[in-house]
Design a protein around this ligand. Structure first.
Ligand SMILES: C[S@@+](CC[C@H](N)C(=O)[O-])C[C@H]1O[C@@H](n2cnc3c(N)ncnc32)[C@H](O)[C@@H]1O
Length: 312
């Protein structure tokens, strides 16, 4: 049952943006800012830079080069302050030997990477889904349509998928969307499904009226995805560079957009092979606008730039 429109419960705890400066403030790429002393004045040596780069790679697959020293220093300044460390040497020691080092590795990667995303990002993917893939699925005998949004960030991508599918199938077809990310903070925002009004601009008006609730009182200026869509999307933390992904197989569609851009070739090859095992034959893989499978061996046929289908 749809909730009364134009209301968000007053007691929804609002998640903070997934990263300092907010989710709209970063670029997709990992750019260069600040000096090697960083914004807070913590000196970072070349040796410490190399160790941090190694840890970031081992934990997330993200490749950084030593020329990103200033960026690393600036971005991690906040972590040192939060944990009350006086130097990068102490921070590194904590990352390598501390009791909560696993959680801190996630928090560190969160500062380094970007969570940039948006509703209907690269909308041609959703047009293709509607015009070509969903009509094929509609005539198939699959009882349930299963989709994975891998690297879902703060949830805009899986909720966009949920809107498109709900709109296309109505109540005639069951579908599930499993959405995963490495970032604890991004997943927290995604589960809340509450967004600032400006972020809803790319959602077509009709869909916005149907699938979002308008905030009132303390939630003014924000909207929330309706419960009927929220319950179709489940979230969990999955590190794509680990092979034991806790994600069901036999999927129809995988979206993994603007994530592999940070990875080197062996990492991308491993992930794409993993996607092959998770997808049904004939299932589709969507990747980001500046990504390609062109330089790795794979079992996919390209149906459009950045859209692939799994071969037998
Ligand atoms: C730029 S966002 C892309 C969001 C969305 N797919 C889109 O295209 O709008 C990249 C996401 O990849 C996630 N990420 C980076 N490394 C990852 C890893 N090793 N495993 C899972 N997610 C990762 C980041 O946390 C971030 O949320």
């Amino acid at each position: 049952m749809f909730m009364k429109p134009n209301l968000i419960a007053e007691n929804i705890p609002m998640a903070t943006p997934a990263s300092p400066g907010g989710m709209m403030s970063r670029n997709d790429g990992i750019g260069s800012i600040g000096g090697s002393r960083g914004l807070g004045g913590f000196a970072l040596t070349d040796g410490e830079t190399r160790k941090l780069i190694d840890l970031i790679y081992q934990h997330s697959g993200i490749v950084l080069t030593p020329d990103k020293k200033s960026l690393i220093s600036s971005r991690l300044h906040k972590r040192l302050k939060a944990l009350e460390f006086c130097s990068f040497r102490d921070y590194l020691d904590y990352l390598q030997n501390g009791r909560d080092s696993d959680a801190e590795l996630v928090a560190m990667v969160d500062e380094i990477t970007t969570n940039k995303t948006s509703f209907f990002r690269e909308h041609h993917h959703f047009d293709y889904l509607r015009s070509t893939i969903l009509p094929q699925i509609a005539t198939s005998e699959w009882a349930v349509l299963n989709i994975w949004s891998a690297g879902c960030s703060t949830g805009e991508e899986p909720y966009t998928l949920a809107m498109v599918l709900a709109e296309y199938f109505g109540t005639t077809r069951n579908f599930t969307i499993h959405a995963t990310d490495l970032s604890t903070q991004a997943l927290q925002t995604a589960r809340q499904a509450v967004y600032d009004n400006e972020l809803g601009a790319p959602i077509p008006l009709g869909l916005r009226q149907k699938y979002t609730l308008t905030g009132r009182g303390s939630q003014a200026g924000r909207f929330r995805i309706v419960p009927e869509l929220r319950e179709r999307v489940s979230f969990s933390q999955v590190n794509l560079i680990e092979r034991n992904w806790d994600v069901a197989g036999d999927l129809n569609i995988i979206f993994c957009r603007n994530v592999m851009i940070y990875f080197d070739k062996p990492t991308r090859r491993g992930i794409v092979n993993g996607f092959t095992r998770k997808l049904k034959v004939g299932g589709h893989l969507f990747i980001g606008h500046s990504e390609t499978l062109g330089d790795i061996d794979h079992q996919f046929a390209q149906v459009k730039p950045t859209v692939y289908t799994r071969q037998p």
